[in-house]
Every structure is written in C-alpha cells, then in structure tokens.
Design a protein around this ligand. Structure first.
Ligand SMILES: [Zn+2]
Length: 465
C-alpha cells in the first residue's frame, strides 16, 4: 500500500447515531458484527477523498454499513444535509484494528506494578487490588481503556475481566465493538463454584441488552486456575450456547510444568482431552508450544492470540512460535494484553513487536511482513470474530480509521504498510469510526475529560482504602 493525494485540509465530524441490524457468524462463535442500517437507507456519513489502497475515494456509509467507494469528488453531492462529512484529504483509510486479547479495565492499573515476575505480580499486586474493584470501577477503567483504543485506531476488542457487566456497558457506551468474556475461576467451596457458574450464565445470556455490537464469550482464566470439572462445564456450555471460549494457554514454563505434574499432560493435550481444543477456542499467549502442539492447534482450528509485548515484559520465556503456527495452518491474531503488562493498548506498536520478534526468532527478515502483520489485526481477526469487516468495501461494516499521511512517521509514503507497522504508532490516527459512528474526529473524543476525572476520583478512593 502506498501513495497519498495532494492537499491536507481537515474538517470536523460529529456522531450520526447508530441503529441495530443483522449479525454474521464467525469461526470463534456467534456474531459480533452488527450492521446498522439507517432507518430509511439514506446515506449518513461520507469520508471524502481518503485513499484506499493508494487511490482517493469518497467512502459512503448508510447507518453501520459501507454502501459504496465512489470516485473522489463524486460523493459529496449525494450526501443529504444531515449526513456527517469527514475530510479524508491527505489521509489513508484503513479497516479499524481488532485487539484479540486484552483486559480493558486494567487501564486503571497501568504503571501500578512493573518489573516483577508473573506470579508475584499477580499474587502480590494485581489480584489484591482487583479484589477491591466494584463493577462501577471496572466500567470506568474499561471506558479509559476504550478511550485509548479509539485514540490508537482500534474498533474491536476481545476482553476477559472481572465484572463482565462493567466492561460490556463500557463497550456499548464507548461505541466500540467487543467480545466480552465472563471470567471463570475456581475458588472456594462447591457453593461458590455454583454461584460463579450461575453468574456466568447470567452474564452471557444478558448481553443482548447492550445491542448487537457487544457479544459474550466464556472465559476460563487458565488451566492453573480452573479445575477439570469447571473446564468440562465450559466445554458443554460453549456448545449449548454457541459461544467462543477465551483462555490463557501455555504462557509460562511453570504453567506447563504444573499441568504435567497435576494432570500428566501439557496444557494443549489437557484442553483437548476436555473437548475444548477447537475453532471456538481463543487461546492467548501460546508461548510454550512444542512441534506436536503446534500441529495439534492447527489441526483443531484453534485461534492463537499473540501478545508479544506482554510476553517480553513478563519474560514469559521466548517467542510464540509464530512461523511454525502459520506454516501448520493455524490462525494467529494479535492482542495487547492488559495495560498493566504492556503498558499500552496501541495495536500498531504491538504489530511492530510481533514482526520483530518473529524475524528475530527465525533469523529470517522475510518472516511476518508488514502486510501480513496488518492482516492479523484486520482481515484475519474479522474472520475469527465473525465481524463482517476487516476490509474497506461496499457491503461491509463501517469500522474504519483514518491515518494522517503527513504524520512524520508516515512521510514520505514509500510504502504505507511498512510505515504503519515499523514507523508509526497510534498517534498517526486522526479519526476512528465504528458501526458508522465517528468516535474520534481530528483527535477529539467525546467524554474524554469526564472519563479522566472519574478515573482519578475512583483511584484516589481505591488506593486510600
Ligand atoms: Zn491476558
């Protein structure tokens, strides 16, 4: 991808509102995508003069769908007065990025505990503070995380965190698309396990209240925190409710050794024995995989979620075997993990780490090209999560972003894909649009001041108690 049109005048846009619509099915379960037709089919948004694959277009949107990519200059006169106009001149349009693994509300904990080993980090710092979080704290933490993702060009996130309803409501209110995992952890007696399961079922069945942009998954935390009986229960429920299963898998050598000690097999074989290793599974990290496990994950159609920055920061013990997974035919997606172990939610930065890590691990600089990296967070992720997007084309959902081609990291525009992955970060994004609604316009996001103020107040209270 390359090229830019001349001129760079900018204009403002506002929120045209959204509606509801159909859903499409994805490999990891039910639909996230929810095109939202305008009530009368009228055009609601025009992105005028933005380049798509190097050619300037007017992107015409009705409700939540892209209707047409018209030649630049031909679209504006077709827009009704009420339609929102975004000046795309000097900008490239890209599909909105999709974050395949995060804990959005952990934006609250950014910089709270760093430079520690994973288990000490979790047990001494993260879990004690998390135990004090209310649903409302999680809501505001997730709003903060959404704010950062919108600012850096992400329109979808796949989440796992406490207080499902807090994050689901935050996704809905922020205007993003999301797959929210209801966390499953075995702790306490049989009564508390039963209550946990009832809560999980309540979460995933009540998600419809948030509208079609927000969908649910079952999220057993990991093989070391969820026992056999609960994992079997998850497998049954996933089948019965047709839901994806989001888990952390083979993140550390310790996890693998413990699994062998307790169950006699490594984590992928353990999940396979319980009926969980399949196309529904969204498996984060996948660092410690041997050749047999790479083949098994590919054969079962598991989605491997790559979190390179978190793996490096927590020293999880080496790179995910990216090339081996791809060569075996596995689908690999990319996520930031939470802001407490990254420490940002910028997918552009994550792609750079993913690409550099894969090149370094293989000693082959042709591994994980810039084009391939971008596909991991657009086209491939859209397929995996059942979003009818991941590309800018007529009929697809209007989830897209604009990057400023005059931004120092994108100039002088030899190769847009290489610039985006190796030079740029989310600061090059000027506009973020999801479901046909402009969530960020020229760097302005509604509610930003309110979200910051609320987070400050809540953190002051949490840390004082
Ligand atoms: Zn994680």
């Amino acid at each position: 991808m390359s090229g830019r049109p001349e001129g760079a005048s900018k204009s403002n846009a506002a929120d045209p509102g959204s509606a509801s619509g159909d859903a499409v099915r994805g490999n990891a379960g039910d639909a996230v995508s929810a095109p939202s037709p305008s009530a009368d089919g009228a055009l609601t948004l025009g992105i005028l003069g933005a380049t798509v694959d190097g050619i300037a277009h007017d992107i015409l949107v009705a409700g939540g769908r892209i209707v047409e990519l018209a030649p630049a200059g031909s679209g504006e006169r077709r827009l009704p007065d009420a339609a929102v106009r975004v000046d795309g001149d000097g900008r490239a349009a890209l599909p909105g990025l999709m974050n395949a693994h995060t804990h959005t509300a952990m934006a609250l904990l950014r910089g709270y505990a760093d430079d520690m080993p994973l288990m000490a980090w979790l047990q001494d710092k993260i879990w004690p503070l998390e135990a004090r979080l209310s649903e409302e704290d999680v809501y505001w933490g997730a709003r903060l995380g959404c704010l950062e993702m919108i600012r850096t060009g992400t329109t979808f996130f796949n989440d796992m965190y406490w207080h499902f309803q807090g994050t689901a409501r935050a996704a809905e209110d922020s205007g993003m698309r999301a797959r929210i995992g209801s966390v499953i952890l075995d702790q306490g007696d049989a009564q508390s396990v039963a209550a946990m399961r009832a809560g999980v079922l309540e979460d995933v069945t009540s998600v419809a209240r948030y509208g079609p942009r927000v969908q649910a998954s079952l999220a057993p935390h990991a093989v070391y925190t969820v026992g056999e009986e609960s994992l079997r229960w998850v497998a049954e429920q996933a089948e019965a409710l047709d839901l994806p299963v989001h888990i952390h898998l083979s993140e550390t050598a310790g996890e693998v050794a413990d699994c062998v000690a307790v169950h006699g097999v490594r984590p992928p074989a353990w999940l396979d024995a319980l009926g969980l290793l399949g196309p529904r599974l969204l498996a984060a990290h996948c660092v410690h995989l041997d050749a047999e496990e790479v083949a098994l994950l590919a054969e079962r159609g598991v989605n491997a979620l790559h979190n390179p920055v978190s793996n490096l920061k927590l020293s999880s013990g080496g790179p995910m075997p990216y090339r081996a997974l791809r060569e075996a035919g596995a689908r690999v997606l990319v996520g930031t993990d939470g802001a407490a172990s990254n420490n940002n939610l910028d997918l552009f930065e994550e792609l750079k780490f993913a690409a550099l890590m894969a090149k370094h691990a293989t000693g082959d600089p042709t591994t994980l090209s810039a084009e391939e990296a971008l596909a991991l967070v657009t086209k491939d992720a859209a397929e995996a999560f059942g979003v009818d997007g991941g590309t800018i084309a007529a009929g697809r959902v209007a989830d897209l972003i604009l990057v400023d081609l005059d931004h120092p990291t994108l100039f002088p525009n030899h190769d847009l894909a290489a610039d985006l992955v190796f030079a740029a970060n989310g600061r090059a994004v000027s506009h973020t649009i999801c479901d046909g609604r402009v969530l960020m316009s020229d760097g302005i996001i509604q509610d930003e001041a309110e979200i910051r103020a609320e987070v400050r107040t809540r953190l002051a209270h949490l840390l004082a108690n």
